[in-house]
Design a protein. Sequence first.
Lengths: 211, 280
Amino acid sequence: MTNPVLLSLLMVTASTLAASAAQAAEPIPEPVIPAQVDRRDVHIPKIRANDVEVGAFVGILSVQNFGATRSAGLRLGYHVTEDFFLEGTYGRSKVSDQSYRQLGIPIFSSEEIPLSYYYLSVGWNLFPGEVFLGKGWAMTSAVYLVGGVGNVNFNKENHTAFNVGIGIRVLPSDWFSMRFEMRDQMFTSDLLGKNELKHNFEMTLGAAAYF
Amino acid sequence: MRRVHAGHEYVDELRFSVRKGTAEGSRHDTHKDKPSRFAEWCVCVLVAFALPAFADESRERVLVADPYLELHTGPGRAYPIFDIAERGERVEILVRHTDWFKVRTAREKEGWVSRAQMEATLTDAGEKKTFRDVLLDDYLSRRMEIGFAFGSLNHDPLLSAYTGYRLHENIDVELTIAQSAGDFSTTSLYYVSIVSQPFPDSRWSPFLALGAGRFTNVPKATLVSAIETKGGLANAAIGLRYYVTRQFFVRVEAKKHVALIDYNRTDDFTELSAGAAFFF
């Protein structure tokens, strides 16, 4: 009962398989030029950047009509290009109405009240240069202008404020800087009856590290 | 702190340069034999600062492919060029500050090289890959951004700061905090937004944003019957970014805030602001 067609098909298949098996057994010819694959170790260089500046400062803040007091604060800056940097500043100080109290007209609830401020500013390195120590050493420096907007809070009130300043920064090393800065913090206040622009000068000495 | 070149060092270099046949015209050196007492004292005080902040074990090296690299005394275009690294020389990259790279040459000289010149160098990873490609990869891999803006919220001054993260080529997520100190009250806002940029590769890139968050309004203490208001906040914005450099941009936006004061009361505010931001 075997089908002759099926039988012949089977035989053909078997012979083809045998032929391919014989072919596979033949040795592969060796390449004329052996490939020498030498893989390079590809990696993206990690270069330490120090564009972020974190620092602290101490100084004297003079609040218009209320005398001058010590101030201290923190700075966080980012150097975008060699010319420009962005900077956030937060500072604290105190305001005293002592001179008004002596006249019997207290302004605040207590003689000395806290003051805090923050600013977001843009800085411009106006005069980059070098500072020479004696004959043998030099460090990079810059005279910069800074200006920005922020907020001054005292006597439980927020005042939108502007600040402009000038400073000098010197870098004893690539990761450390020191600076001396003067800035004017301006805001309008109606605390003494009349709504007017107040100028508040601050002089600070700061130190910062670059990351 | 950089050591100003001493006299004998200068002579040595001169010999080297004569041997190499390089020009000596633009040298910036001070002839001197010994630093003064004052300088020595300063060295003692400041030596601690001169110590490297972090110890880098494996520093990157690149191969100079241009005729030479110019070494400046500081990270800026105006600082004098005091030395060079020649073609074929390998230099070690110590640190980057904005667009300037501090390198150390094979002759142990340290100076600052501009990005434009560094881009022409070749990396150790492969002769085919220039350092320029590496820098481009570095910029494209930056996903975080920080910015601030100043504007008006219904005619009161508004100050805001935000941080953003790039989820996708076109989509950013941003967290914003803002404060508006007006004549009668202070409003504080914080909200999260989803920002869509249809043309992120364009130098002028428009964007649309939708956000939700909270607000607090505190009236001035001197006002009569002043009560603090708190509530939910939703907003929609349209704006435009302009890329000043690859990592720094300015942006302007118009935003409509809807304050959800209670179940049956809402109020809306219009914000117009301009600001600057950068990637890092």
